[in-house]
Design a protein around this ligand. Structure first.
Ligand SMILES: Cc1cc2nc3c(=O)[nH]c(=O)nc-3n(C[C@H](O)[C@H](O)[C@H](O)COP(=O)(O)OP(=O)(O)OC[C@H]3O[C@@H](n4cnc5c(N)ncnc54)[C@H](O)[C@@H]3O)c2cc1C
Length: 362
């Protein structure tokens, strides 16, 4: 199997949270890896790209740590009804649905104004400008939701294609003592929620790969559900099947490896409660999408080896990993403290995969 073609990632690093008694800052921003170009406003010549890749997270870190807190604290909520990555606006929740006792699906309509949809179609860069999406490129994005009571925000990844559906749908897990999870779980249809986004999480040009393997557990499946929702059905002409300005024209072989919930827990991902969940995706992709459900816990070498089987020497593979740190470490090595990719170690390294073939998502 050969190396990467292109994946560009804006890591989930723009999180600024302040609790009532302390201000915690977890800031990270745009880490873009591209072999052709990045979301950055100017394309660096190839000779300096490596250097640019190394310095960009640092610059983004500094830039965001200055700009986002300012935006957040001085302009906490705008009266405008447009969605914006920089400024919070209040938006009514149209539907809410309990998927399990811990998981709630909420839908927030996207205002039809072009100022709201533009950020879905032309992703927001950390320098404030908008990126042109390349032909065939799919950008996975997340939204920030804030607590109305205290200065705290959390990122959530829509499971669907927002522009196509006219709304973003997010599955939010409530954790014990969690602040924003509590807020979301108390929402009723018609209630308003402070939201900003969309913010790019990562982008990928699926046509550049022969096989894309996605590995997740729990709500970390959300970026993959969104990616699969944005990909056109292999049986439908690309131009009509996605809202993306430049839909991929062919579908690579897709393999989703997703942990089953603990025994006696409801497997919401495998329900028909949303058209972005697994059963609908299976119907959409038929034999282009293989699903492996695995036991909760560390991902075994066998299951990944199985997903890689039959891959020719010249074929290109990308493994996208979205797991909590304790599961990511044995599989492929952890991310660095500033949410850089870090070296590939563990199971994926043993299978011969390199940094060019793996992308880690926090
Ligand atoms: C890019 C991105 C996308 C994401 N998408 C999703 C998604 O689609 N769905 C989803 O459910 N989640 C998603 N997450 C996770 C989400 O952003 C939150 O981290 C999660 O919902 C918990 O937030 P919370 O405010 O409810 O809990 P928090 O208030 O952050 O609490 C989390 C845990 O920490 C504990 N805790 C809180 N404060 C303290 C303290 N001072 N000392 C000790 N312990 C403390 C709490 O008890 C709790 O157990 C995503 C994360 C990222 C980075």
């Amino acid at each position: 199997m050969s190396a990467v073609a292109s994946i560009r990632c804006t890591c989930r690093q723009s999180i600024i949270s302040a609790t009532s008694n302390a201000t915690r800052s977890r800031v990270s921003a745009s880490v873009l890896r591209s072999h052709r170009r990045s979301f950055a406003s100017t394309s660096a010549p190839s000779s300096v790209r490596t250097k640019a890749r190394l310095s960009r997270p640092v610059l983004a870190f500094l830039g965001l740590s200055l700009t986002l807190p300012t935006t957040y604290f001085f302009f906490p909520l705008s009266s405008s009804s447009s969605l914006s990555p920089q400024i919070y606006t209040n938006h009514p929740v149209s539907t809410t649905q309990s998927l399990t006792s811990q998981h709630k699906l909420i839908a927030v309509p996207i205002p039809s104004s072009s100022s709201s949809t533009q950020y879905f179609e032309r992703p927001f860069r950390t320098d404030g400008s908008l990126a042109d999406v390349e032909k065939g490129e799919v950008v996975v994005q997340h939204m920030m939701i804030k607590s109305p009571d205290i200065q705290i925000e959390r990122p959530y990844t829509p499971v669907n294609d927002g522009v196509r559906d006219g709304e973003v749908r997010m599955v939010v897990k409530r954790v014990r003592g969690g602040e924003v999870g509590r807020v979301v779980h108390n929402l009723q249809p018609g209630d308003e929620v402070g939201i900003r986004g969309p913010i790019p999480t990562f982008s990928i040009t699926p046509n550049d790969y022969d096989r894309i393997i996605m590995i997740s557990t729990g709500t970390a499946i959300a970026p993959f559900l969104q990616l699969l929702s944005k990909l056109p059905s292999p049986t439908t002409p690309a131009a009509t099947s996605s809202s993306s300005p430049s839909s991929p024209t062919t579908t690579p072989q897709l393999h989703l490896i997703h942990a089953s919930p603990l025994p006696n827990r409801i497997d919401w991902t495998n329900s028909n409660l949303d058209p972005s969940f697994i059963p609908a995706l299976k119907q959409k992709f038929v034999d282009r999408l293989q699903i492996s459900r695995i036991e909760p816990g560390p991902v075994s070498k066998d299951v990944v080896s199985n997903a890689l089987s039959g891959l020719g020497k010249e074929e290109k593979v990308m493994v996208l990993v979205c797991l909590p740190p304790w599961l990511m470490r044995p599989l492929c090595g952890g991310m660095t403290p500033n949410l850089g990719q870090g070296p590939i170690t563990g199971v994926l390294a043993e299978l011969g995969l390199t940094n060019a073939q793996v992308w880690k998502l926090e």
